[in-house]
Ligand binder design. Structure first.
Ligand SMILES: [Zn+2]
Length: 241
């Protein structure tokens, strides 16, 4: 069995990857790359649905995106723990999956679970490369950690054109039937179950798309700039503004 992936998404809650980077995940798969998703919690603090329904929904969302695997850890939704034990759990996953790129929340985020995820994943990605840190598996350090945007907005380092995979992303989001708007649902109303929430996701995709002159985009931040081979191509289809 091939355990390795090209790109590993590590998020706090099931649905974070889909909402912030689902179009990019689907694009990697469309381009023939292997991706995996790790959720650090089971989303057990969600107002609607149960951890069991969320687990089923997360599995079908991963399938919609074409992920090679999805794994859920139990760091504690609503009070995500990030001590050495959790760091080492992530180190072992990174050494097994050997991703070239890790994608995770930006550490400066409104929800502390997201912020903690961004921090622990960044630190574990470094430690995973230390040969003197002995675990059961050989050391591996990803090329970089890329951050997706959630509630707080920051100027992106780059925007991915996800026009061709936007529908796939929204199919994956729709797999979380218990979480998002369903006119027939008898579950309590929440911020994300309001129809305006999915309108906002659509508007954000269009906004980031407009920044690079395409229909839909997803924005990312990195601490070091990306190497651009094709500067002209990177700005194609646009005029000075
Ligand atoms: Zn979340």
């Amino acid at each position: 069995m091939n355990d390795t992936v090209d790109v590993l998404f590590i998020s706090a809650h099931p649905d974070d990857t889909e909402l912030s980077a689902g179009g990019t995940a689907a694009k990697f798969v469309k381009d023939g790359l292997r991706i995996g998703i790790v959720d650090l919690t089971r989303g057990e603090m969600g107002t609607r649905g149960t951890p069991q329904t969320r687990k089923r929904e997360a599995a079908s969302a991963a399938k919609a995106l074409g992920a090679a695997f999805r794994q859920q850890l139990d760091f504690g939704d609503g009070n995500l723990q990030t001590g050495r034990a959790q760091e080492l759990e992530i180190v072992e996953i990174l050494r097994l999956r050997r991703p070239r790129i890790v994608i995770t929340p930006y550490p400066d985020e409104r929800h502390p679970d997201h912020a903690r995820t961004g921090r622990v994943v960044t630190e574990a990605s470094f430690y995973a490369g230390l040969k003197s840190l002995k675990t059961g598996l050989p050391a591996h350090r990803p090329q970089t950690v890329v951050y997706y945007l959630q509630n707080y907005m920051f100027p992106p380092t780059f925007v991915v054109d996800v026009t061709k995979t936007w529908k796939t992303k929204m199919r994956a989001v729709a797999a979380y039937k218990s979480q998002f708007h369903d006119p027939k649902s008898k579950e309590p109303a929440t911020f994300i179950a309001d129809p305006k929430f999915l309108d906002m996701i659509d508007a954000r995709g269009k906004h980031f798309g407009a920044l690079i002159g395409v229909a839909y985009g997803e924005a990312f931040i990195t601490k070091q700039p990306p190497k651009l081979e094709d500067v002209i191509g990177a700005y194609s289809g646009r005029e000075v503004s």
